[in-house]
Design a protein around this ligand. Structure first.
Ligand code: HEC
Length: 128
């Protein structure tokens, strides 16, 4: 009698345990998929941007609209740092992440299409 009831409890426990493992596995799978999709999206954007050959003049205009408030009209720095020779310190990929990522507040993240991002990069390179 006591043996059979303990086996039943054991079975219940096993079933609960399997359920938890199953749910955890599902959650992990979802997180992993989101990570992969995000990563591929980012990479696609970066690859597309780097394939373009932007225009420094267009980039200059973009900079005057979006960036001078913090980086100064000549990009010599204000709230944000001096951006002259930034392209010697950061590679293009890192600059793209800086501009689109919003990882260093107070600098906001910019939603900027690959063509304009490429123009901005060209402008920043012209500051060397
Ligand atoms: C609201 C203010 C603000 C605006 C607008 C802004 N930035 Fe920034 N930016 C900052 C600050 C502050 C930092 C320094 C962040 C840190 O490293 O803590 C920074 C850092 C950077 C860096 C990295 C500098 C380094 O030395 O590592 C780059 C590149 C940059 N900004 C480019 C841009 C560009 C291009 C734009 C316009 C599209 C822009 N920023 C607009 C405030 C701003």
């Amino acid at each position: 009698m006591s043996t059979s009831s303990s086996t039943a409890a054991e079975k219940d426990f096993k079933r609960e345990f399997l359920k938890i493992v199953f749910v955890l596995f599902g959650v992990l799978l979802v997180c992993f998929s989101i990570f992969i999709v995000n990563h591929r999206g980012n990479n696609k954007y970066i690859i597309e941007t780097l394939e373009l050959n932007g225009s420094a003049e267009e980039g200059d205009a973009l900079f005057k609209i979006n960036c001078v408030g913090c980086h100064g009209i000549t990009a010599r720095g204000l709230v944000g740092p001096d951006l002259h020779s930034i392209t010697l310190r950061l590679n293009d990929k890192e600059i793209i992440k800086q501009v689109t990522g919003g990882l260093t507040p107070p600098m906001p993240s910019f939603e900027i299409d690959p063509v304009n991002m490429s123009n901005l990069l060209k402008y920043l390179h012209s500051l060397e």
